[in-house]
Design a binder for this molecule. Structure first.
Ligand code: UT7
Length: 338
């Protein structure tokens, strides 16, 4: 019989479970070879420095909400629920369809989820796991029964396609999860979130908000595009994800030896390797898909979760660790018993 970790013994009386996952990536593949024609880079540099071989780019007219709704449909199908059953839609994104209404309202419209309340969540690449924690709170305090969490981003709209430091890294996509109460010990057993605003300049889109409204001049200087201090972001990513992983494991009363799978943010293979090394987790336990999709921001961990789930990687009772970081800086982690 499976041993219940000490810190959880007697505590689990309302479990919040992921009852369905889904994901969507656009059809258009942008390869490293194509990027060689755009900026001074090479397939060899991108592959060896990041692990990324190709990424997906949304079609013209395909907005963040369209990708989010497609991922959500798949999650709802797997969960066996109708759109009317959704009480709350949270969309984590930094590339909303419109500054308002919220992208979650557009998703509600596409899905016909007429009974849901909707809001967006801005935590950059950490947004999906921030959403999972918010959903978990709402369900465990009985406010809502069924919550749809989507991580979706169309970073191709804010990438500077002349900046080789960033344009090779990102792609578009969406991932979704439906959460609901399910009796038994299954479900989200711990969550952890953190932020440090003193690092806000490391990863930023300077223009387009109230601090610097768009002008012809700042658009001409590409200030409406994403800017990143890569090396420092790399360093902080490893530090914050390792600490976040430990925090979620401690709350769950588990160690890395108990884990069957780790799903980290998909930003750079070298970050994932450094994280696995710090956690002393073999890479064979780590789910990686950045070679095919690059960094899809809030969607990355959600797409990877869906991919691992649908590939049959999880068995009932498995412990899975999700861990992310992103602009803000923000970071988050969660341990789930499948
Ligand atoms: O979701 C969170 C988002 N961000 C991240 O997680 C990114 C974290 N950072 C990284 O992944 C890495 O820092 C990068 C992949 C962005 C850069 O890798 P690096 O090993 O840290 O390279 P670097 O920035 O130290 O640059 C090394 C050299 C520089 O040339 P010089 O100054 O040494 O002559 C860069 O100009 O590599 C050059 N370089 C490139 N060369 C070819 C930077 N980008 C490219 C490129 N192709 N695409």
């Amino acid at each position: 019989m499976k041993k219940i970790p000490k810190s959880r013994a007697g505590k689990v009386n309302r479990s919040v479970s992921i009852i369905g996952t889904g994901s969507y990536v656009p059809q258009r593949i942008l390869t490293n070879a194509e990027l060689e024609a755009l900026v001074d880079t090479s397939d060899e540099w991108i592959t060896s420095r990041t692990g990324i071989r190709e990424r997906r780019i949304a079609a013209e007219g395909e907005a963040t909400s369209h990708m989010a709704a497609k991922a959500a449909q798949k999650a709802m199908e797997q969960a066996g629920i109708t759109a009317e059953e959704i009480d709350l839609i949270i969309v984590a994104t930094v590339t909303p369809d419109t500054s308002f209404p919220a992208t979650s309202c557009w998703v509600q419209k596409h899905l016909g989820a007429s009974n849901a309340a909707c809001f967006d969540l801005s935590a950059a690449c950490s947004g999906f796991l921030y959403g999972i924690e918010v959903a978990q709170q709402f369900i465990s305090n009985h406010t809502y029964e069924t919550v749809l969490v989507v991580g979706a981003d169309k970073l191709s709209t804010i990438v500077n396609w002349q900046d080789r430091n960033t344009c090779v890294l990102f792609g578009d996509g969406a991932g979704a999860a439906v959460l609901r109460y399910r009796s038994g010990s299954h479900g989200v057993i711990s969550t952890h979130m953190g932020s440090d605003g003193k690092f806000s300049d490391l990863l930023v889109t300077p223009a387009g908000g109230s601090a610097m409204p768009l002008t012809k001049e700042n658009i001409g200087m590409n200030l409406h595009c994403l800017q990143m201090q890569g090396r420092e972001t790399f360093k902080q990513a490893v530090i914050s994800m390792a600490a976040a992983a430990k925090a979620a494991l401690d709350k769950a009363g588990l160690t890395t030896d108990d884990l069957t799978c780790v799903i980290p943010h998909q930003a750079n293979m070298r970050i994932i390797e450094a994280l696995a090394d710090r956690l002393k987790v073999p890479l064979s336990k780590v789910h990686v898909n950045l070679d095919r999709y690059g960094n899809t921001s809030a969607a990355a961990v959600a797409i990877a979760l869906d991919e691992a789930n649908r590939s049959g990687r999880f068995k009932s009772g498995d412990y899975i660790l999700l861990v992310v970081f992103g602009g803000g800086l923000t970071w988050a982690s969660s341990v789930i018993e499948w």
